[in-house]
Design a protein. Structure first.
Length: 263
């Protein structure tokens, strides 16, 4: 299970302040803590923290790479910002994210090809988020086909079934689990599946509990990756234990310690 650390995002107050002040140490500390906690990739999102988000993305990527040696997920709705991040990346990155909207898909598939990057696709398009599984699968297939036609290997394609807040759309959560299962059937080898985990608990009173149980259930349905908070130790321990129960690694009494040492 790949955890993509979510904490370097300009939507967080501390990160926004660090970007505005060009406080490299603050950003690097967040990066180091996430990697030490088990993240093996970091999501990087400028958010609303800078007037010049292209320059801010370049600065963020360069600052992070001085501190940690993990791949990055370059997260923006703006292709020029994504390209600035990709140019600065030393390791193979993920573009986060495209949708099935044709114009956006063409641009971001082109960037993935140009920079040898992976592509994360959300199962939604210009009409919004479908309210049924079949429509989400059709969009996932559209993204997969466009990427493969451009010569991007299936292993480099990551599909997101789209996680909605359970508080405002409870019926969407089981739909998301089933979509994960069926996305794995779109090709052989299968595309990777990924979710933005924290979306499920927006507005909830006990967000950590909702995130934790959602992650366990998603893993049981075949989830490969999650953009999540690795600093939530109980979440990480639950993820590791779920992997054990799914027979992903051999049991020992100190399996939590052994798992972290193996990272």
């Amino acid at each position: 299970m790949l955890v993509i650390g979510e904490r370097i995002n300009g939507m967080f107050k501390a990160v926004r302040k660090a970007i505005e002040a060009k406080d490299k140490k603050a950003i690097q500390d967040i990066a180091k803590k996430q990697v030490e906690a088990g993240a093996r990739m970091l999501d990087v999102n400028v958010g609303p923290a800078a007037a010049d988000d292209v320059a801010a993305m370049q600065w963020l990527v360069e600052s992070i790479q001085e501190a940690v040696d993990v791949p990055l997920s370059i997260d923006s709705a703006k292709p020029p910002v994504i390209e600035a991040g990709l140019k600065a990346c030393k390791k193979k990155a993920i573009i986060n994210s495209t949708t099935g909207e044709q114009a956006k898909l063409e641009v971001l598939v082109g960037l993935a090809k140009k920079y040898n990057a992976c592509l994360l696709g959300l199962c939604m398009d210009d009409k919004g988020i479908p309210d049924n599984i079949q429509a989400r699968l059709e969009i996932g297939l559209r993204i997969l086909a466009a990427a493969m036609e451009a010569g991007i290997p299936t292993d480099d394609i990551h599909l997101d079934p789209v996680v909605l807040p359970v508080k405002f759309g409870q019926a969407q959560t089981p739909m998301m689990f089933q979509t994960i299962r069926e996305l794995k059937l779109l090709s052989d080898p299968a595309p990777k599946t990924v979710v933005g985990l924290s979306n499920v608990s927006q507005g909830c009173l006990d967000r950590p509990m909702v995130n934790r149980i959602t992650l366990i259930m998603a893993l049981a349905n075949g989830l490969d990756e999650a953009i999540a908070d690795p600093l939530d130790k109980e979440l990480m321990d639950a993820m590791i234990t779920a992997g054990l129960l799914l027979n992903k690694f051999i049991y020992c009494d100190s399996y939590l310690t052994a798992y972290h040492k193996a990272l």
